[in-house]
Design a binder for this molecule. Structure first.
Ligand code: ATP
Ligand code: MN
Length: 464
């Protein structure tokens, strides 16, 4: 019979009562009186701790001293119904193995209640707190739910490249990829960097988006999605931007902008509902500790249809609101976070999908409307977050796309392969990008994007 269990199994298997089993875990807390010690163990598999009752007389004094907060231990004992409240089962220890002690005088998580800022400085240890255990379990479940959602719909998971030879999308905010010796960079006669001698024989960067490659695949497999890391060297040190973040980018042939909006709304609702169904304990903890409105907000998103309106209609709402914004509102300007949050949190009190943005503030590949001024873009705006999804119907007309590429001065050498898809068997298609960490901000109620990714990369920070 199996002797080694995880706390997840103990919590979910009441029939284990009376059995003698082994739990390997880390000590969260220890309370001690003369004859008995209570040790709370956590192995990260579930929010709950397992309480271990230790008869002090039966164990070596030195060993018991080392069973302190943070220590890694294996405890074998009998599971019994708990006397105390808060747990169904507890363990009466028969034997204890000390894998690794954690010196109480130097262990940084000796006490509870550290600030999130402090925990960011010890990101190598913050996994061991209730908060980050909850956040990273939810992160796992959301990643899984994303694959499940698309697999249920027969979308194919496409791995877009991380190294890209085109900078059409991210000009100016891309990270270079090179294996040049930085002290001796080859130059051409006119002093320019000679990329033909670089590893790939051309200038390369880390990708800012897998969309363009996703389109190539969608125009053969019909419905695909990517889910991978993307990189942006934008120097915006905000609570919603990372230099390395994960993005989910579905791309669908034969979808117009309305199909695209419908998919985005169904997708977000599926994910939020999945969290409510599968991450209840972790959500309840975050709700109680950080944000009493969290679960209410999640339930509202699942239950209410999103409001849909055009950028121009949103402009009217903002202009007529009489509100003084830091960034003035005028048709043609990009919406700032304060505008997005006014629409979502104050005006509509609901999630919003905005469409038909001015072409000047949107990417070259978006389908042009007949008015000559706007494109079939769509942004999904969420309470607390602002933009969570950006997407569009793509321009499938070769001549219109080429004209726009020329107008924007995008070099053809970067785009010839993309243009070919509009030359051969071009069809209407659409797609969008969901920032995975923006989704996690919403689902966990965390306020800073650095707290929903294990190892945040931001300006001046890549320590862990
Ligand atoms: P924003 O206006 O918020 O900077 P964007 O318009 O640059 O975002 P897109 O290029 O449309 O973003 O990217 C698609 C999605 O990726 C966004 O809706 C957002 O969820 C996410 N995203 C964009 N930039 C970042 C970033 N630096 N860190 C984390 N997520 C991001
Ligand atoms: Mn956007």
């Amino acid at each position: 019979m199996k002797a080694k269990y995880r706390i997840l199994e103990v919590v979910n298997t009441p029939s284990l009562v009376g059995k003698t089993i082994t739990i390997n875990a880390w000590v969260r807390t220890k309370r001690e009186s003369k004859n008995v010690a209570f040790v709370a163990l956590n192995d990260g598999t579930v929010f709950d701790n397992l309480q271990v009752v230790i008869d002090v007389q039966k164990f070596d004094e030195e060993l018991l001293k080392n069973i302190s907060t943070g220590a890694g231990v294996g405890v074998t004992g009998k599971l019994v119904e708990s006397q105390g409240k808060g747990q169904a089962l507890e363990m009466v220890a028969d034997s204890i193995v000390l894998y690794g002690p954690a010196d109480p005088t130097t262990y940084p998580l000796q006490k509870k209640g550290h600030s999130l800022e402090f925990l960011r400085e010890i990101a190598h240890l913050r996994f061991r707190t209730n908060t980050f255990g909850a956040v990273f379990r939810i992160r796992h479940h959301m990643a899984f739910a994303i694959h499940q959602f698309f697999d249920n719909k027969s979308f194919k998971y496409l791995h877009a490249p991380i190294i890209t030879g085109s900078d059409a999308e991210g000009a100016g905010e891309m990270f270079h990829v090179t294996n040049f010796d930085l002290d001796h960079i080859p130059r051409t006669e006119d002093g320019k960097i000679n990329f033909s001698e670089d590893f790939f024989g051309k200038e390369t960067n880390l990708t800012v988006s897998g969309q363009l490659e996703g389109e190539l695949a969608a125009l053969a497999l019909s419905e695909i999605y990517t889910f991978g890391p993307t990189f942006r060297a934008e120097n915006s040190n905000t609570s919603r931007h990372l230099a390395e973040f994960w993005m989910i980018e579905p791309e669908m042939a034969f979808y117009d902008i309305t199909d695209n909006m419908d998919l985005a709304e169904e997708f977000l609702k599926y994910l939020v509902n999945y969290a409510l169904q599968n991450c209840r304990k972790d959500l309840q903890f975050l709700n109680d500790m950080y944000d009493k409105e969290l679960i209410n907000r999640l339930e509202r998103v699942v239950q209410t249809p999103f409001v849909r309106l055009t950028y121009s209609q949103a402009m009217d709402v903002l202009l007529q609101s009489g509100k003084k914004f830091e960034f003035p509102v005028k048709w043609g300007v990009d919406l700032q976070s304060e505008h997005e949050r006014f629409l979502v949190e104050e005006h509509f009190k609901n999630s919003v999908i905005l469409t038909d943005y001015p072409r000047e503030i949107k990417a070259f590949y978006m389908k042009q409307n007949d008015d000559g001024k706007t494109v079939k873009a769509m942004d999904v705006l969420f309470p607390q977050i602002g933009e969570i999804i950006g997407g569009s119907q793509r321009e499938e007309d070769y001549d219109k796309l080429l004209a726009r590429i020329n107008e924007m001065g995008i070099p053809h050498k970067d785009m010839w392969w993309y243009l070919e898809t509009r030359k051969f068997g071009s069809v209407p298609h659409s797609g969008f990008g969901l920032g995975f960490e923006r989704l996690l901000l919403f689902v966990t109620g965390m306020k800073n994007i650095r707290d929903v990714i294990p190892f945040p990369r931001t300006p001046q920070n890549a320590e862990f």
